[in-house]
Design a protein around this ligand. Structure first.
Ligand code: EPU
Length: 428
């Protein structure tokens, strides 16, 4: 798997794409939906699940806990009647950050959880202090050993408490919302992240009997069920992936005469579209689609600062930077969520971009500059896709290595891009 390479023949700046592409279910919604299985007494299903590596790994982690896992196309079913282990498999978990999502519901359900420091994309330091502090606040004992952490809930189960997140954390908010559903008493989560996936999880849990208020706001209150699992009446429907949608829209802005991105929730894309308006990318909104058309004037430079939702998503920052290499003037990029998420710029420079790195988190991009094909290595999932976009715009051939990162989050990306006329091949 690690040896696979994408070979891309670029369009050399021409606008060749003319078609439509459908967005899949959201990776980051699906991974938490899988973790939520542990809150249910027995049967539970999740629909619209993307076929990607992170999802297979979450499924495998649940199986190792004793959960019955069945995959039928895009629908997964879980039987959580017999949870036989409280150990989150370290070998799998160290490859996927989302494994941390299992800690909250597993601790609430099984009273104990052992887990390693979670792995995942290399996008700077990704601490878990907010998780450890939160568990301690809920009365749990936290021990650290050479493999990772051992957490034990207090006698009678986790206590409902007030937790103030020092940083808005997406998986932290999700983890503690899930843990609180089975805790004793009321939990109040403050300074919660506002990503749509959190609200989707919360609304689903409420529809299945959980008592949660304040969804979609920074303060979420959960009345715990004192260890009594929920009973699933209907399956969890995963949201369309707003980051995948944004990735295709940026592709359209770079290389399409016309590209219709279908199956989206337009309201989740507001920040990107506001940036498109400013930069001069024409788009038309449908009920569940956005259509990009070729700009009639040169694209304009822009300042992009990543921000928690509803601000500009950090997961689209590298892709946007590729677009900025084609905009006229000096653009600025400020990565405010993760340190070390600008390392991909060095590679864009090799492909012809003109950038100036001001600090670990700030850079300038001067454009427009034609890009040329190169052999590049994906440093992480999103930067990997940014390289694919750069290779599509570039003149000549590119090789994108380390594509297992890209397969983690984008289903069959090569086949889907090829269906739009992109000249991309997967070589082993
Ligand atoms: N943070 C702490 N301590 C913690 C947890 C987080 O300081 O214990 C900090 C982080 O270092 C960061 C900030 O809080 O500076 C926000 O991180 P967050 O916890 O929100 O990130 P995450 O939950 O680990 C999710 C997505 C990421 C996405 C970020 C930000 C999932 C499974 N992952 O990560 O998605 O970049 O939110 O939006 O939901 C991706 O899909 O490529 C991806 C990396």
């Amino acid at each position: 798997m690690g040896r696979e390479v994408f070979v891309i023949d670029g369009f050399g700046g021409r606008r060749v794409i003319d078609g439509s592409i459908k967005v899949n279910g959201s990776k980051n919604d699906a991974v938490q939906a899988f973790a939520a299985s542990l809150l249910f007494k027995s049967g539970y299903g999740v629909t619209d699940v993307p076929d990607i590596d992170d999802i297979s790994k979450m499924g495998a982690l649940l199986e190792k806990l004793g959960v019955g896992v069945l995959k039928n196309n895009k629908k997964w079913s879980f039987n959580t009647k017999n949870i036989t282990s409280h150990v989150i498999d370290p070998e799998i978990a160290c490859k996927i950050r989302a494994s941390i999502l299992l800690t909250g519901p597993l601790l609430a359900r099984s009273v104990k959880v052992n887990f390693p420091h979670p792995g995942g994309c290399v996008i700077g330091e990704r601490p878990i202090d907010l998780f450890l502090d939160g568990f301690k606040q809920m009365g749990a004992k936290v021990e650290e050993n050479e493999v990772g952490y051992k957490i034990t809930a207090p006698k009678g189960g986790l206590n409902g408490v007030t937790i103030f997140f020092r940083n808005q954390t997406v998986t932290g908010t999700e983890t503690f919302m899930m843990a609180a559903v089975l805790a004793r008493g009321t939990t109040v989560l403050k300074n919660c992240a506002l990503e749509p996936e959190i609200e989707n999880l919360g609304r689903y849990l409420v529809s299945q009997g959980a008592r949660i208020t304040g969804l979609g706001t920074p303060t979420i209150t959960i009345k715990g069920r004192a260890g009594k699992p929920l009973e699933a009446k209907k399956p969890y429907k995963v949201l369309p992936d707003r980051i995948e949608a944004g990735s295709f829209l940026i592709l359209g802005a770079l290389a399409a005469k016309k590209l219709k991105v279908e199956g989206v929730r337009v309201q989740d894309l507001e920040s990107l579209l506001a940036h498109f308006e400013r930069i001069g990318v024409p788009f038309k909104l449908g009920q569940s689609s956005v259509t990009i058309t070729a700009p009639t004037k040169p694209l304009q430079a822009l300042e992009v600062k990543t921000h928690e939702y509803p601000g500009f998503p950090t997961d689209l920052q590298a892709l946007m930077a590729v677009l900025l290499t084609q905009a006229e003037g000096e653009s600025k990029v400020f990565e405010a969520i993760f340190e070390g998420r600008l390392v991909y710029l060095e590679t864009l420079v090799r492909m012809g971009a003109k950038t100036q790195v001001m600090s670990q988190n700030r850079a300038r991009i001067t454009g427009p500059t034609p890009l040329t094909g190169a052999s590049v290595e994906s440093p992480d999932l999103r930067a990997g896709l940014a390289y694919i976009l750069a290779a599509i715009v570039a003149k000549g051939q590119s090789e994108v290595h380390n594509i297992h990162y890209i397969d983690r989050g984008y289903e069959c990306i090569d086949e889907r891009l090829a269906s739009l006329g992109v000249k991309i091949k997967r070589l082993t």
